[in-house]
Design a protein around this ligand. Sequence first.
Ligand code: GAR
Length: 204
Amino acid sequence: MNGIVILISGRGSNMQAMVEAGLPVAAVISNRADAAGLGYAAGRGIATAIVPHRDYATREAFDAALAQVIDGFRPELVALAGFMRILTDGFVLRYEGRLLNIHPSLLPAFPGLDTHAKAINAGVKLHGCTVHFVTPQLDHGPIVIQAAVPVLPHDDEASLAARVLMQEHRIYPQAARWFLEEKLVIASGVVRVKGDHPQQLYAP
Ligand code: GAR
């Protein structure tokens, strides 16, 4: 077993936060050859791979090819970090219990895309991000850690996204570290951390 395989589709700032936190990153894989994060990973001597989703006729075929590349690195943990593909149930179940995702909202509020606009339009006063285990239902699944930030009266999508992203970079490395240290326990869909570490963060 060999650390974390991180899946990205673009910028890769969450992947970068994990690398900079000193976590063992075995490889970074992207479905897009132009994902900016690939350059960062390669520059740090981390193995990279591209599995272009457009090369596959079906989601099943893409996910099978992706799984084959992932399994070649024999990871303990697979971390979705801005990986903008809907995964098949088969893929999710293959990595059940060792597949994490970061989502830019306080789930179960605002699953899906455009979470910051949805939060502003809903008039919520707190927003944030969630690291959760991935289950077949999109953006649902046992919650490992959440960070909350205020939604301020002058916020637009960009300012709110930036405030949330700073917290993403704190909670995702934390969650991955807990996983690798075998501190996460899931019972009845609820995650607890051995040693009672706080699973929430408030960033006013
Ligand atoms: C992050 O904000 C992440 O939470 C979000 O995409 C961004 C990726 O940024 N993920 C999703 O919306 C998943 N549904 P990054 O590439 O800089 O980590």
